[in-house]
Design a protein around this ligand. Structure first.
Ligand code: SAH
Length: 241
């Protein structure tokens, strides 16, 4: 049995478990999607896989579902972080949505020297990641971090994590991911519209965990570059095989 509507809930899921709905979820299910008592919904919380649930109570401002049976096990993405410099709002939203669809485990907006945007709305970006997981059938939701300076992220870089540094200075070179270890934890780094500064490039290339990579013979916009890099990594080292 499968349900068409998928909903992320921040609540434990298990056989017979009752799951209360927020006002927004009740509005969506009963107002927009016209569900009523007995209707079926697929639920996931990022931890317990996907559960088929039935509407037990339907109200204007709330309601409750009861979990019937697990419909999918939890499927974790590879341990891959996407670090990117936020750009204009709609394009940043796009990057977060696509990163969640493509199977990033964590999404980290980083402030680089040439990053224009000083602030992000972490809560809005997290909501985009949830929506993307709802849409794409995922059972996991990547965490979106707050904006952090790239230097600070590098200062506390975790042992063993490899960094795929997408450097526009390598446009047209053949540097790729051949021979790299897909079992290691990884991160991808995408710069802003202005690219990386000389200082950033020299720090990054001096780090033992950095792997400089080219995304082909054309300079891509940051949002395109993020999707291309995720594709390239998934194809070479990720869970596409
Ligand atoms: N203004 C810069 C381009 C920035 S593109 C210039 O003209 O040189 C935004 C980001 O996308 C870059 O920082 C890089 O991370 C990535 N990118 C775009 N095209 C790339 C390519 N061909 N190879 C590697 N990285 C690329």
């Amino acid at each position: 049995m499968s349900a068409k509507i998928r909903l992320y809930v921040d609540h434990p899921l298990g056989a017979g478990q009752s799951v209360p709905l927020t006002r927004e979820q009740a509005h969506y299910l009963f107002g927009v999607m016209r569900q009523s008592v007995g209707g079926q919904v697929a639920l996931f919380n990022g931890r317990d896989g996907e559960w088929l649930a039935e509407v037990a109570e339907a109200g204007k401002r709330g309601g409750a579902l009861t979990c019937v049976a697990q419909s999918k096990p939890l499927q974790l993405p590879p341990d891959l972080w996407l670090l990117f410099a936020p750009i204009k709002k709609a394009r940043t939203d796009f990057i977060v949505e696509k990163a969640a669809e493509m199977g990033a485990a964590r999404i980290m907006p980083v402030q680089t020297e040439f990053t224009n945007s000083e602030r992000i709305r972490q809560d809005r970006l997290q909501a985009h990641a949830v929506e993307a997981a709802e849409q794409c059938g995922g059972t996991f939701v990547p965490e979106v971090s707050d904006l952090t300076r790239l230097d600070k992220v590098l200062d506390v870089w975790p042992d063993g994590r490899q960094l795929m540094f997408c450097d526009e200075a390598e446009v047209g070179s053949a540097l790729g991911l051949a021979g790299q270890d897909g079992r290691a934890p990884w991160a991808i780094l995408i710069g802003p519209e202005g690219g990386f500064s000389a200082r950033e490039r020299s720090r990054l290339t001096g780090l033992p965990f950095t792997h400089v990579v080219s995304l082909g013979p054309r300079i891509l916009r940051a949002d395109t570059a993020a999707v291309a890099a995720l594709t390239m990594w998934q194809q070479a080292l990720g869970d596409w095989a």
